[in-house]
Design a binder for this molecule. Structure first.
Ligand code: ADP
Ligand code: MG
Length: 154
């Protein structure tokens, strides 16, 4: 797929309260500024890659590129679920990601259970893919090593 791997970073903002966290799958939403800088022809759907909050550790992630219901689906939303248990929320922090591969297109689910099951399968697929040597090496990319004290866009 074109554009991949795709590196980007930006601020984590409040989402539209779809209750992802209540489902056990919180998704860190990128600010509008980041979303607008995204390639306009990137396919909507679910992706896998690596993510890091501030100067923290790099973790596996699954990402959804979708239509933002808050803007009547005109604008995209880009949401990252980091496969790691964080002690606290990190709204306002800088999230750095590299999007590596595509898992599947967006889908409508007949039930909440079906949705959760699909996301759990996405997470398992992401974990498997990211263990491959060619994907593991992006975890060590210099992109994730911000200069000391620098947590802002640059
Ligand atoms: P919102 O609608 O505001 O995006 P969510 O229910 O999707 O709310 O929760 C997302 C927030 O949860 C993130 O912005 C972040 O601060 C926090 N969070 C905690 N753990 C994670 C994680 N593993 N992955 C993503 N976000 C997480
Ligand atoms: Mg969210």
């Amino acid at each position: 797929m074109r554009h991949l791997p795709y590196f980007c970073r930006g601020e984590v903002v409040k989402g539209f309260g779809r209750g992802s966290k209540e489902l056990g799958i919180p998704t860190a939403n990128f600010s509008e500024q980041v979303v607008e800088s995204f390639p306009s022809d990137i396919s909507t759907g679910i992706y896998y890659g690596w993510a890091c909050v501030g100067n923290g550790d790099v973790h596996k992630m699954v990402l959804s590129v979708g239509r933002n219901p808050f803007y009547k689906n005109i604008k995209k939303s880009v949401e990252t679920h980091i496969i790691h248990a964080f002690k606290d929320d990190f709204y306002g922090e800088i999230l750095s990601i590299v999007i590596i591969g595509y898992i599947r297109p967006e889908k409508n689910f007949s039930s909440l259970e079906a949705l959760i099951l699909a996301i759990q399968e996405d997470i398992e697929e992401a974990k498997r893919q990211l263990d491959l040597p060619e994907h593991l090496k992006l975890k060590e990319d210099n992109f994730f090593h911000l200069p000391e004290g620098k947590t802002n866009l640059g």
